[in-house]
Every structure is written in structure tokens, then in C-alpha cells.
Design a protein around this ligand. Structure first.
Ligand SMILES: NC(=O)c1ccc[n+]([C@@H]2O[C@H](COP(=O)([O-])OP(=O)(O)OC[C@H]3O[C@@H](n4cnc5c(N)ncnc54)[C@H](O)[C@@H]3O)[C@@H](O)[C@H]2O)c1
Length: 284
């Protein structure tokens, strides 16, 4: 029996943004190892089809519509799941969106939505669930979706990149808060390199500046060509969370290179510098 089955089988997992991409992959993996999976997404139909597929494969799952940008909805979800299913063993704050464009060309509503989902959605997920977890007193795991982008600089993905820097530091502080509080709650920062999902396609048609479309299409193509397969990445993520690792990365060499670049930048007090490959992408 794997470590994740030993720890997680029979427990309840709540995953946000689980109607597609990484959230869907994590939901499937959690179902496979015997968890009851609460599949939440802003798109109720997608959540339902993921939950149905888990059940059809012999697992336990329930679909719920949830907009992580609504703190009260997260409070209601936490109260409802604890009341109906008992203690939540694993919470994955996964929902996130991409946004591309020069800072001053991205519409106000898209800026606000990016920060609401990518930053506030994670913060309020934690704020809503932790009191119930503490009250239950059982060991629990919280995994927040950062990114290798949480250590890098990428102009025209500014809203997204700054949101991932925020979540990386949020998870670091949260880890220490659990230690200070003596809480039996493990915190992990999930740092995907590149997994095959439709996050770039989902950013189309939402007030995107015209000049951003080519960048987004190139990123989508790179992801489809070189990204890690979703199920492989998600198996790895669940295994590392169960192993109690704080750094839950999928492509370790990529994480090492990007973090090393960040360390050098900070130590040398460098100026932000665009890698040649990124410059070609942005200036072609
Ligand atoms: N795919 C990658 O390579 C990669 C790399 C680094 C980090 N990430 C992070 O992983 C997470 C998932 O990304 P993905 O690539 O699977 O994206 P995706 O677009 O494939 O899936 C995101 C899901 O979140 C849902 N969603 C969007 N807004 C929501 C909201 N307000 N409330 C609830 N659900 C909402 C969407 O409906 C969708 O089902 C994100 O936080 C992303 O930043 C992904």
C-alpha cells in the first residue's frame, strides 16, 4: 500500500477548481486511493462530470458549484462538508486563472478577478476550513497551488506571476503559523512546472488585450507540446503531499533552475532581466 493510500484512504478531500486540469487530475487520483472527493468548481457541469467519472470508476465523489472568489461561499462549503462528511483530511486550494497583457492594457475587471481567484480564493479557503480542522483535532493536509512562476519574472503575465509569488509566501507563513499554533495540519506548496491543461485557452475572450493573443497561443502550444501528462503530474503531487513535503514540485530540475536564478538575482541585487527565450516569445 502506498503512503498516500495509508494516510488518505477513507478520508475526505475538498478540491477547488476540480472541473478541469490539475484539480481534475488530483480529484481522480484522490478517488483512486479511496478518498471521498468533494469536486468543486465554478462550472457546475464540469464538476459533475469529474465526480461522475470517479464514481463510475468505483470511487466516492460529490460535485458542488463553488466560486472561490466568494469568501462566504467558502465558509458555507466548509460548514456543509464538515457537517455531512465529518473531518476534511485534505484541502487543495487549486482554482487559478491565467491573464496575459501589459499591466495598463488588462481591464480592471480582469485584474480584480485574477487577484480574487488566485490570491483571495486561496486565503479564504484556508481561513474557512482551518477552524473546522482544528476543532476536529485530526491530522489534516492543506496544499496551495503556487507555480514555478512564484519564483520568476514574466512581463505580460504580471497579474498571474505576482499572484503566485503571493501564494508562495502565504504558504511559507502558513506553515509557520501551524507550527506556532501546534496544529496537526501539514502545509504544502504545490509548484507545478508545466502540466498539460487548458489554462491558457481558458484565458481567451475575457477582456484580453489584442496584443496578448499570440503570446497566449504560443504558451498554449508549448504546454501541449512539452508539458507533463496530467495524471503523471497529479500522482506525483498527491504522493509528495502525503510524504509531508513542503515543496511539492512536478519537474524538479525546472524548479531548481528557476529557484537558483531567483537566489542569484536576490544575492546580487540584480536588475530584472528577460531570458533570451522569453524575449523572443514577447518580441517576435
Ligand atoms: N498547468 C500548469 O502547468 C500549471 C503550472 C503552474 C501552476 N498551475 C496552477 O494550477 C492551478 C490549476 O491550473 P490548471 O492549469 O489546471 O487550469 P485549468 O484552466 O485547466 O483549470 C482551472 C479550473 O478552475 C476553475 N475555476 C476558474 N475560476 C474559478 C473560480 N472563481 N472558482 C472556482 N473554480 C474556478 C475552472 O472552471 C477550471 O475548471 C492554478 O492555480 C494554476 O495557476 C498550473
Amino acid at each position: 500500500m502506498s503512503r498516500e493510500e495509508e494516510l488518505f484512504a477513507g478520508g475526505v478531500a475538498v478540491i477547488t477548481g476540480a472541473g478541469a486540469g490539475i484539480g481534475m487530475g488530483l480529484a481522480r487520483r484522490c478517488g483512486e486511493i479511496g478518498m471521498t472527493v468533494i469536486v468543486t468548481d465554478i462550472d457546475a457541469e464540469r464538476a459533475r462530470s469529474v465526480a461522475d467519472a470517479i464514481v463510475a470508476a468505483g470511487g466516492k465523489a460529490e460535485a458542488l458549484r463553488l466560486d472561490v472568489g466568494d469568501p462566504a461561499a467558502l465558509d458555507a462549503l466548509a460548514a456543509d462538508v464538515f457537517a455531512r462528511h465529518g473531518a476534511v483530511r485534505l484541502l487543495v486550494n487549486n482554482a487559478g486563472i491565467e491573464t496575459i497583457g501589459l499591466t495598463w492594457e488588462v481591464p480592471v475587471a480582469r485584474w480584480e478577478q485574477t487577484l480574487r481567484v488566485n490570491v483571495n480564493g486561496v486565503v479564504h479557503g484556508v481561513r474557512a476550513f482551518v477552524p473546522h480542522m482544528l476543532k476536529a483535532g485530526a491530522p489534516a493536509w492543506i496544499a496551495n497551488l503556487s507555480s514555478v512562476g512564484g519564483f520568476s519574472q514574466m512581463p505580460t503575465q504580471t497579474a498571474y506571476i505576482m499572484s503566485k509569488h503571493a501564494i508562495q509566501s502565504f504558504s511559507e507563513c502558513l506553515y509557520l503559523e501551524m507550527e506556532l499554533a501546534g496544529a496537526p495540519i501539514h502545509v504544502s506548496s504545490v509548484i507545478p512546472g508545466m502540466l498539460k491543461t487548458s489554462i491558457f485557452d481558458a484565458a481567451a475572450g475575457v477582456g484580453e488585450p489584442a496584443a496578448a493573443a499570440r503570446h497566449r497561443a504560443t504558451m498554449a502550444h508549448m504546454m501541449a507540446s512539452y508539458g507533463m501528462e496530467l495524471d503523471e503530474g497529479c500522482r506525483k503531487i498527491v504522493a509528495k503531499i502525503a510524504a509531508g513535503e513542503f515543496w511539492v514540485d512536478t519537474q524538479e530540475e525546472m524548479t531548481r533552475d528557476i529557484v537558483a536564478g531567483r537566489v542569484t538575482f536576490l544575492q546580487e541585487r540584480g536588475v530584472p532581466t528577460l531570458a533570451d527565450q522569453a524575449r523572443a516569445l514577447l518580441q517576435d
